[in-house]
Write a protein that binds this ligand. Structure first.
Ligand code: OTU
Length: 653
């Protein structure tokens, strides 16, 4: 039983502490050692228990945990003074990522500012937008040639030379810190590039890398696994294994490749993989990275006969990495990239195990999907139902909410939720693909299908937020009314995401309503991956128009700066306050409410349809409109009225 395991973990800690105390005092001095040892006592079991579950059969868990705690001590001792000060600060304001003042921004370094040094020239732009968290898309040295937008890492200790150096990264992190901005970087931990030294060493039979990857000599096991694993990239990378001629001591073998064939899945059943990746965490943390985005987190644990996502081992890996990172670098927080079904999502915030925390942040893909679904159907009932029944995020965590990101949109609509509002899940998902690909009659969207699977008929959607909202289409048709509706949809979507609670992530270009980009089609390394249509380079002409309220860019930019400023002053938007989704009688309206002990009540309302809508005025009695598309919310005849495609935030004065 768990209590027995916890008792053994405490005993192992008890045995370790006397010697570790001496080592900590020698490495850190008495004052810092006291902090380190307190953190070790707090987090030891949270590391030991998942490590035991993962590696108990192949390694002595006490010995392994002690070794990794010593690695944490070395990392703590190597931590520069400025980061130790940050650690102290975070012991005081450890809820910074839950604070409503925190707004996030996500950008490709090259597309946003050329290089890491170039980012310095954009800091005022970020300040205008209220940004306190900056996620720079993968920036470690990738393989040559195709690299999946940087998600095929060839060296975790070096920055992509086209963007700069590790020293540039470190000094950028420092410059951001001075502005109160935290740097987020990807940790691609499910796979490395085939060219990574670990992969080369493993292929060559170097004993240091034995067990780092998996290869099967024939199709027996790959076929058995693939019987239940869905394809991630069915059109260009079907299956989950790729034939590698030199594997298996030279005879060749089928290597696990969940994603592209040049991305080899690490074998997380090997404790040395854990130790090596923990080393990468410590390297990045030591350079000033404050948030690690745990890429493809659901895939870390593999179990035969399952879809090999969201398995207990994936959670064990994240929990153990998290606990050891708390010991070494307490300022660092984790963000799970788990774009999964709503029932699987909250587990990454530690909701499935009341003892062990996991990631502090996770992408709220359910909210993202539901916003788009509501805009397409002009009906918010499915969104309200699905969001109402989600397990709440634990009070010490926060959602990363977003309208668009660099990936395709996968329609995580559960069949049960669809049925609850009288819809059929598969047909609704098909409708969403048709609608956003612009194939559905009357659609305003100009997206494109991504990874259409001829066998299952499944597909996902690419396209910039502006294109999916109807802005591209309206511009092409020179239709001012349609353009206004498109801008309203874009801002309405952001009003949900900025008002939900958690860190709203603004995706570079969306503050200027940037259109789909077609430039990628001329680049052979990108042409086949249409996700590049929504990863545009910064459009400098559009950027220059951002302060002009008579332009689309100015309208969107101005509104988003306002959203950030207003939310900063609303304690009810602190992520620890639970969100509730009331049942409303007008299908066009999505409403959500929050209440914080320090900040009273908050109500958010959006009308996703092109007709006027209303809700029972009792919902907003006693509240003031603090932000809206169309002035103070008008109540009349017992109803609060919402114009077409409008949004409003109301709060207790
Ligand atoms: C992530 O996405 C990245 O965001 C992608 O840009 C990468 O291509 C990929 O990993 C490989 O590194 O399947 O369609 O549940 O949705 O990990 C994108 C998580 C993906 C997956 C996600 C993955």
């Amino acid at each position: 039983p768990d209590s027995e395991r916890r008792r053994r973990a405490r005993a192992a800690l008890h045995d370790l502490l006397p010697q570790l105390s001496r080592e900590a005092v020698a490495a850190l001095g008495a004052v810092e050692a006291a902090g380190f040892l307190a953190r070790t006592e707090r987090w030891y079991a949270d590391a030991h228990l998942p490590l035991e579950a993962l590696y108990g059969a192949v390694a002595d868990p006490g010995g392994l945990t002690a070794r990794l705690v010593r690695a944490a001590l070395a990392a703590a001792a190597a931590r520069p003074q400025a980061l130790r000060e940050l650690d102290r600060r975070r012991e005081v304001d450890g809820d910074w990522f839950q604070d409503p003042r925190t707004v996030g921004y996500v950008a490709y370094t090259d597309r946003f500012a050329g290089t890491l040094r170039g980012i310095r020239t954009r800091l005022d732009h970020l300040s205008d937008l209220g940004v306190r968290y900056l996620h720079l898309m993968p920036l470690l040295r990738p393989r040559d040639g195709e690299n999946d937008g940087g998600y095929a890492v060839a060296d975790y200790t070096a920055v992509d030379p086209r963007l700069g150096t590790m020293d540039d990264l470190e000094s950028l992190a420092g410059a951001l810190r001075e502005r109160g901005m935290s740097l987020c970087v990807d940790l691609v931990l499910n796979h490395t590039a085939a060219e990574h030294p670990w992969a080369r060493g493993w292929l060559a039979g170097d004993p240091r890398y034995a067990g780092f990857y998996t290869a099967y000599p024939d199709r027996e096991m790959p076929d058995a696994w693939e019987a239940t694993i869905p394809d991630v990239f069915p059109d260009r990378a079907p299956g989950s294994f790729s034939w590698v001629p030199g594997a298996n001591g030279g005879d060749g073998g089928w290597v696990w490749t969940t994603f592209w064939d040049y991305q080899w899945d690490l074998d997380w059943t090997c404790p040395e993989v854990f130790a090596a990746m923990l080393g990468t965490v410590f390297t990045l943390a030591g350079r000033g990275v404050e948030v690690l985005r745990m890429d493809a987190a659901p895939f870390l644990g593999k179990r035969l006969g399952t879809n090999c996502q969201n398995q207990p081992e994936a959670h064990d890996v994240l929990q153990a990495l998290h606990a050891l990172t708390r010991i070494a670098a307490p300022a660092v927080v984790f963000k799970a990239e788990a774009i999964v079904a709503p029932d699987d999502l909250v587990g990454y915030l530690g909701a499935h195990d009341r003892y062990r925390p996991e990631c502090e942040l996770a992408y709220h893909n359910q909210l993202m999907v539901m916003v788009w679904s509501s805009l397409a159907t002009r009906d918010a009932r499915l969104a309200a139902h699905a969001l109402r029944r989600m397990t709440p995020a634990p009070p010490t965590t926060a959602w990363a909410t977003y309208v668009r990101c660099h990936d395709d949109i996968g329609w995580a609509v559960s069949d049960v939720d669809a049925a609850a509002v009288g819809w059929d899940g598969p047909s609704h998902r098909r409708f969403l693909n048709d609608f956003f690909a612009g194939r559905f009659p009357g659609s305003f969207a100009r997206g494109a299908l991504f990874q259409e699977d001829p066998d299952t008929g499944d597909a996902r959607i690419s396209g910039s937020a502006a294109a999916l909202c109807g802005i591209d289409d309206a511009r092409a048709r020179h239709d001012p009314a349609a353009l206004d509706a498109g801008v309203r949809r874009l801002l309405l979507a952001h009003a949900v995401v900025y008002g939900w609670g958690g860190i709203p992530l603004l995706y570079m270009g969306d503050e200027l309503a940037l259109a789909n980009d077609t430039g990628y089609r001329a680049d052979p390394e990108r042409a086949a991956d249409n996700r590049w249509m929504h990863r545009p380079p910064m459009d400098e002409a559009a950027f220059a128009r951002r302060y002009d309220p008579d332009t689309v860019e100015g309208r969107v930019f101005g509104a988003l700066t306002g959203f950030a400023a207003v939310r900063a002053e609303l304690p009810a938007l602190h992520a620890s306050a639970p969100v509730e989704v009331p049942v409303l009688d007008d299908p066009a309206v999505l409403g959500w409410t929050r209440r914080h002990p320090r900040g009273g009540r908050f109500v958010g309302l959006v009308n996703v349809s092109d007709r006027p809508a209303s809700v029972d005025a009792a919902l907003v009695t006693g509240l003031d409109t603090v932000l809206s598309s169309d002035g103070p919310v008008r109540t009349e005849g017992g109803r609060a009225h919402l114009p077409p495609l409008s949004w409003a935030w109301l709060a207790e004065p």
